[in-house]
Design a protein around this ligand. Sequence first.
Ligand code: F0G
Length: 448
Amino acid sequence: MQTIIEPFRIKSVEPIRRTTTAEREECLRQASYNLFLIDAKNILIDLLTDSGTSAMSTEQWAAMMRGDESYAGSESFHRMRAVVQELTGFRHVIPTHQGRAAERILFAVMCRPGHLVPNNTHFDTTRANIEATGAEAVDLPLPEAADTQLRMDFKGNMDVAALEKLLEEAPPGRVPLVMVTVTNNSGGGQPVSLDNIAAVRRVCVRHGVPLYLDACRFAENAYFIREREPGCHALSPKQIAQRMFAYADGCTFSAKKDAFANIGGLLCTNDDRLAAQETNLLILTEGFPTYGGLAGRDLDAIAVGLEEVLELDYLRYRIASVGYLGRRLADGGVPIVEPPGGHAIYIDAARMLPQIPRSEFPAQALAVELYRHAGIRAVEIGSLMFGEHARHELLRLAIPRRVYTQSHIDYVVESLLEINQRKHELRGLEIVEQPPFLRHFSARLRPL
Ligand code: F0G
């Protein structure tokens, strides 16, 4: 059999609501053309993010009922920690309410003004949390990743030569840690090879700098390694993930992605001294170290999710279904970042809409049109999100895990192909109001 099917059946459903074009026009006006400001009830298909939007399994819901809500030393914490330690090998497992809380604590402990933190590509919250300490976030993607149309197996890799150069030229003590984001979200959801993580590791060891993984989508990355990296096909996704973590000194993790949880994060390390400082900060803002801003039931959902996400049948379906969306769009003439990534398809809006300059946010213009036309919400990853650090003008269609069926995806394809037929009619936007950082969440815009 060739057909890859959803490896689950649906037991509980949630209605989605159609709106008229006129209603959507009004929603856009009220939201100042910022899709983060539109209420979910007015969205038909929500591809804003794959974060916290997964469908939990029956086993996860059952585990939630077992949640031990003790303030200190709960059974839920011990169950979660055992799973994480077995997977990652890290001694210290610090729960946080989501990924960025782990980032904030890690960088508050490790970074000072003038420091540099290299990453294959920083996610927006990672960059913002580094910059909030006065340090500088440096992206070191492969030079080939600049070409959105180029197909490479591991286009998310870090440029190891550039890392080596940065570490050689930086004054001693200036780089407190190196991060590698798997998969490379801001770089198109592209995977990072084991070979690349190993090479980064060797450079880090030579310079005495710890290596951390931003491990949000570690399981999707492990599946790509299994499919694409020589010598890895006989390994299970879990064995590959264990090898990825073995190269690192610690990780940050958002359980809202590859743990199928609706909330949660982790900060892990093998460094006893850092862990002590981190738990002190944790108590200040997140909570006691055995719950860290989460309910016991959330910890149990994470424990079960971390095992389910590594099932081969699930990962095969996941990567195939995202690839299906990508292939159909590309075959229909919509320029996507090639090859399709793990959790999302990214449309190269600068290429699709050459009449809209970067200063007028082509990917946001496409996001607005996709909502107006079909009630679909996607997210701009370009100059609105990253300002002058933006490398591309992308519209990300992030696919929530186990949530939408193939006919939902066919509807998304049809909508985008219809817009592509009249793409020359689209116009850009300008910002009328913006906050000082992470502006894409709340900026107000106006069509030009
Ligand atoms: N790192 C990466 C690579 C991420 O993609 C995210 C979140 C975070 C860190 C922060 O985790 O949301 O739990 O605080 N990405 C979501 C997204 C929001 O839509 O890509 P968080």
